[in-house]
Design a protein around this ligand. Structure first.
Ligand SMILES: O=CC(=O)O
Length: 368
């Protein structure tokens, strides 16, 4: 890089820049600047390199990363195309990604042996090939905790919107269907006195439970691999077997991680066991559900309704059969979408990368 173009880009404090003209008086000053330029270029070339796939949600994180690394990023508000991702990761030390990016063995191999860290701006990390990272000693960062409250809040909002038919009712206001107050019109199913089952009782499940308690259900139950005795006691929840949850719940809320064990665990046989008034809520991952089986159960009114913040695929194509049903509420995966939460997620993702690149403890690291 020439001295002039370096100066044009740099922010060396003693340099005076007016209308892109550089004002310096003596040759010694010019020599000093040139020397600085060389040193700065050397420093810059020694900085670690980070590729960011989602600049739209990451401005805070990008600014942080820029303080200590060379950042390049995809520039559009849609996921980076696969071929561009494969091109851009080559030679990078870290990748800042989102759940919309499949970071598999091919991406990792293409990046090269200097890749030290992959950090995702999400709590879920099933889009990253963790086994491959383990094999290569690549550290993986994620953003649990910070999004727990936002996701629990959205889950309750979705549950109420589904069970009290908010979207159906709202449409009637605009399409002339609202003729008069009527005793049997737009009646839904309240939470009070019902049995609620949580499929998964981790951080998010526990926060959903804490919020559901205030609606006075008759019983809160959960299924989980570990007992969570103390956490369950706080909300007076009972651990039950999956089958019991299916057969007896009025509401089932999915709040587990997507793993080989939970993949399509809500299948035709599961929906078959549910009560006809059951309302199924999923804010975890679409992959936990056999979607055609859910669609059939809703269409044939074998269950009362469903509220889904996650689907397969995302986004849903406009000819998706679920979109034709009036007993389902679908949201475009907005569980953690509150401004403060997303800002914090972006910051943590960047801090995870900076820590990993310095060999320090990350804020949240997946144990690979
Ligand atoms: O679904 C959202 C996340 O994993 O953060």
């Amino acid at each position: 890089m020439s001295v002039t173009s370096f100066l044009a880009r740099s922010s060396i404090p003693f340099l005076h820049v007016t209308s892109s003209k550089f004002l310096f008086s003596t040759t010694s000053q010019i020599r000093e600047i040139a020397l600085n330029s060389v040193q700065h270029s050397r420093m810059t070339s020694e900085l670690k390199t980070v590729y960011v796939t989602r600049p739209d949600v990451a401005s805070v994180g990008i600014e942080l990363l820029k303080t200590e690394s060379n950042v390049s990023s995809w520039s559009e508000p849609l996921p980076v195309p696969r071929d561009e991702l494969l091109r851009q990761v080559v030679g990078k030390n870290a990748i800042y990604c989102a759940l919309t990016d499949k970071i598999d063995a091919e991406v990792i191999e293409r990046a090269g042996p200097q890749l030290k860290c992959i950090a995702t701006i999400s709590v879920g990390y099933e889009h990253i090939d963790i086994a491959e990272c383990k094999k290569r000693g690549i550290r993986v960062g994620y953003t649990p905790d910070v999004l727990t409250d936002a996701t629990a809040e959205l889950t309750v909002a979705l549950l109420l919107a589904t069970s009290r038919r908010l979207f159906e009712a709202n449409k009637e206001v605009y399409n002339g269907g609202w003729k008069s107050w009527a005793p049997n019109w737009m009646c839904g199913q309240g939470l009070k006195g019902t049995r609620v089952g949580l499929f998964g009782f981790g951080r998010i499940g526990q926060e959903i439970a804490a919020r559901i308690v205030s609606f006075k259900p008759s019983l809160l139950t959960y299924t989980a691999r570990s007992e969570h005795v103390a956490e369950a006691a706080k909300v007076n929840a009972q651990r039950v077997r999956f089958d019991e949850m299916l057969c007896k719940s009025d509401f089932i809320i999915v709040c587990c991680a997507l793993t080989p064990e939970t993949k399509e665990v809500f299948n035709a046989s599961a929906f078959e066991k549910m009560k006809p008034n059951a309302i199924f809520i999923n804010t975890a991952r679409g992959g936990v559900v056999d979607q055609p089986a859910l669609c059939a159960a809703l269409k044939e009114r074998r269950i009362l309704g469903a509220g889904l913040d996650v689907t397969t695929p995302e986004p849903l194509p406009l000819d998706e059969p679920l979109l034709k049903l009036d007993n389902v509420v679908i949201l475009p995966h907005i569980g953690s979408a509150d401004v403060n939460t997303r800002t914090e997620m972006s910051r943590i993702t960047a801090l995870n990368i900076l820590a990993a690149l310095k060999g320090e403890k990350m804020i949240a690291e997946v144990s690979v």
